[in-house]
Write a protein that binds this ligand. Structure first.
Ligand SMILES: [Zn+2]
Length: 240
């Protein structure tokens, strides 16, 4: 019996494809549960699609106000504003001059218990057409907000006829063996890595650079950032 393989090993077998031929004439919608997911998972694709002249939009489901707790200077409403500003800057680096960042401002850490989840589905569906390629965080990611965003995007894409793909973020750090039936592509984003790194860096609060008085503070693991700054970005195909 072959030993179980990691997600990284399974992803390494996905074919390497060129963004221009993969995207065709379609527009791109990236759904990020939190500010930074878009740059970490899809920064190269967003920059490539913008450089190709395609329509590009990024929807942030939450404003990430849960990353630092108990900070006197950055209570949740202030932190949300800081993170929306960082996200806007990051998206402007990737897709300059497009005003491509949009915010639903739903509660960070609370997506799976939202009282009116259909409103989120409708808000996402309003950004989709049959000619949209939608990329949302993978349901292989352990974070409940990432999985909930995936479920809403799947529902919205079914309603609208948009094409759905998923991107891994926290999956890269997971020890859980991969499902061998996963399939997908590796997009060649080697020409856009500088923009991607700059966009990741624009999320300054997530690199320990903004808030120094929190009781609990999140910092992006360097190892994960490096894994996500490879010359290709992984997209996993959805099997209906
Ligand atoms: Zn996230």
């Amino acid at each position: 019996m072959t030993p179980p393989r990691s997600h990284a090993d399974v992803f390494a077998g996905f074919p390497l494809v060129d963004v221009a031929s993969w995207l065709g004439r379609k527009s791109l919608l990236v759904i990020a549960p939190h500010p930074d997911d878009e740059s970490l998972g899809m920064g190269g694709l967003i920059a490539s699609a913008a450089a190709l002249g395609r329509a590009v939009d990024v929807v942030f489901v939450t404003s990430g106000e849960g990353s630092h707790r108990g900070s006197p200077t950055h209570p949740p409403a202030v932190l949300a504003r800081v993170r929306r500003e960082e996200a806007t800057r990051a998206v402007d680096i990737l897709a300059p001059g497009r005003n491509a960042a949009h915010f639903l401002d739903l509660p960070d850490g609370g997506l799976s218990t939202l009282p009116r989840p259909w409103e989120a589905v409708e808000a996402l569906a309003a950004c989709m057409t049959p000619d949209t390629i939608v990329c949302v965080t993978s349901d292989t990611d352990p974070h409940p907000d990432h999985r909930q965003s995936f479920a809403w995007a799947r529902e919205a894409s079914r309603k609208t006829g948009a094409t759905l793909w998923t991107y891994p973020v926290w999956t890269w750090m997971s020890d859980t063996p991969a499902d061998e039936s996963l399939s997908g592509v590796r997009l060649d984003v080697s020409a856009r890595l500088d923009a991607k790194r700059s966009a990741i860096a624009a999320h300054r609060s997530q690199h320990g650079l903004v808030i120094d008085d929190a009781e609990e503070a999140f910092t992006l693991p360097r190892q994960m950032v490096e894994r996500l700054c490879q010359p290709h970005e992984v997209l996993i195909r959805i099997h209906e």
